[in-house]
Design a protein around this ligand. Structure first.
Ligand code: UD1
Ligand code: CA
Length: 464
């Protein structure tokens, strides 16, 4: 971090209505790869060591501010009169020690911290009044075009709405990221007018004013990717795809195998360990952390869950779970919030768990519901067994001791406790506690009727 960074403030513009999104949700709160556009920008800004970070909010101010939370100070731009007006509103609240502003747009989530850093560096190095980030796009539609003079220096920026035919052909665009020396900026903002197609105070006009007044402006040409803004939902999807490529590339370079990165969806803050294999149609969401040497997918969603090393999860859905190492899940299982699965466990096919602890080495291999249960270590839960945790009013707990053997199709009517080393008979509805080492069996005795098949057949023949 340079010594200058201590007097730096970052201003994030996020007050706009986002009309082209056609949404009830403020544009800044639309998401790519699990994070809101605004959070993506804040992630990048936070590494810059700025003394202050100010987010300009307006449309949906309360909602946007609550997403910002403690991460930055929000200032309200009551009427969204343009990007220049937005920066003026922010500049008013900055402390007197701030002498440098970095302005970024809350709808450009792909801009990188390192690029913003070099933008600020470039301005300082040349003691310019401003530096701005540009990019050359294949299709510049919708962006402000960067018009350069004969010597190649910047002359001004023209918004698409204000551009004439020749100007629209320019493919260099304004990425809406700038570094400014504070004093001349505040003077220039006061002089802005709104005489343009949109009737707004454009921040871009500051640049033209500088050039006309002989102040130095530097353009830093960045990548097309980082300049991508989100104005409509098609751009949201496009930017999301670029973000996903970025996440996937980083994971693969860090040692994660993706059989088909194009059908692998990993949110921004997910961590995946080395030598883990992600199979197609895998979604890793939220705060999920996956250990090393796991195999996840195909067709699996893991949301806000932590998995240890060596786990195998196939065709399953996990949400809010803690899973230890060497656990097998699926195919076709659903682990709901509060499921804590110990190491070496198997939660097999068609099993649902919720708010339950399954101790080390225990197995629930087939067709079970385990809810509000505490299962000890090395327990075997036979196929089709269910904890009947709900009496129609309240939820109750089932406790199963270490090494217990739950016979197939046992209904454990909670609250109920099955002791250590105990067993239950297949098909039993267990509603009383089973002491340690005992067998709990609840079923009527079997009656065998000799010759029944033949008698039935003969009877039918007679009736015909
Ligand atoms: C802006 C730039 C354009 C650039 C493009 C890059 C201007 C005039 N135009 O255009 O040159 O190519 O970004 O993506 O600056 N905002 C406010 N208050 C307002 C208006 C906007 O906070 O009064 C915020 C918006 O929420 C948004 C950002 O500023 O996050 C940019 O506004 P937007 O309307 O998206 O500008 P563009 O038309 O994309
Ligand atoms: Ca925009």
């Amino acid at each position: 971090m340079s010594e200058h960074s201590t007097s730096l403030a970052v201003v994030v513009l996020a007050a706009g209505i986002g009309k082209r999104m056609r949404s009830e949700t403020p544009k800044a709160l639309h998401r790519v790869c699990g994070s809101t556009l605004l959070e993506c920008v804040l992630d990048q800004v936070e590494g810059l060591g700025a003394r202050e970070v100010v987010v300009v909010v307006g449309h949906g101010a309360a909602e946007v501010s609550s997403v910002v939370g403690e991460r930055a100070r929000c200032v309200v731009q009551a009427e969204q009169n343009g990007t220049g007006h937005a920066v003026a509103v922010a500049a008013e609240v900055l402390g007197p020690d701030i002498d440098e502003l970095l302005v970024v747009s809350g709808d450009s989530p792909l801009v990188r911290s390192s690029t913003l850093e070099s933008l600020a560096e470039a301005r300082r190095a040349e003691s310019a009044a401003a530096s701005m980030l540009t990019a050359v796009l294949e299709d510049p539609t919708g962006y402000g075009r960067v018009l350069r003079g004969e010597g190649g220096g910047i002359e001004r920026i023209v918004e698409e709405a204000d551009a004439v035919a020749g100007e629209r052909d320019v493919r260099e665009v304004n990425a809406c990221a700038y570094a400014f020396d504070r004093a001349p900026l505040e003077t220039a903002l006061k002089g802005l007018t709104n005489e343009n197609a949109q009737g707004e105070y454009y921040l871009t006009d500051v640049i033209e004013g500088y050039v006309d007044g002989g102040l130095r402006v530097i353009a830093v040409v960045g990548s097309a990717e980082e300049a991508m803004g989100v104005n409509d939902r098609s751009q949201l999807a496009f930017v999301g795809e670029l973000m996903r490529d970025r996440i996937n590339r980083e994971l693969m370079l860090s040692g994660v195998t993706m059989v088909d990165p194009r059908s692998t969806y990993v949110d921004l803050h997910v961590a995946v360990g080395r030598d883990t294999v992600l199979l197609p149609m895998t979604f890793l969401r939220g705060s999920t952390r996956i250990g090393e040497g796991c195999s996840i997918g195909p067709c699996t969603e893991v949301n806000d869950s932590v998995l240890g090393d060596g786990c195998i999860v196939t065709f399953s859905w996990l949400d809010g779970c803690e899973v230890s190492s060497d656990v097998e899940v699926g195919p076709y299982s659903r682990l709901r919030p509060g499921s804590r699965v110990g190491s070496g466990c198997r939660v097999g096919s068609y099993v649902e768990t919720k708010n339950s602890v399954i101790g080390r080495g225990s197995k629930v291999p087939h067709l079970s519901y385990i809810g509000d249960a505490e299962i000890g270590e090395d327990v075997n839960v036979g196929a089709g067994s269910i904890t009947c945790n709900y009496d129609g009013e309240k939820k109750h707990r089932t406790v199963i001791g270490d090494r217990a053997f739950i016979g197939s199709d046992t209904m454990m009517v909670a609250p109920v406790k099955i002791g250590a080393d105990a067993a239950t008979g297949a098909g039993s509805a267990i509603y009383e506690d089973v002491p340690d080492g005992s067998l709990g069996v609840e079923r009527s005795e079997q009656k065998n009727i000799p010759g029944w098949r033949k008698k039935r057949k003969d009877g039918r023949a007679r009736r015909r």
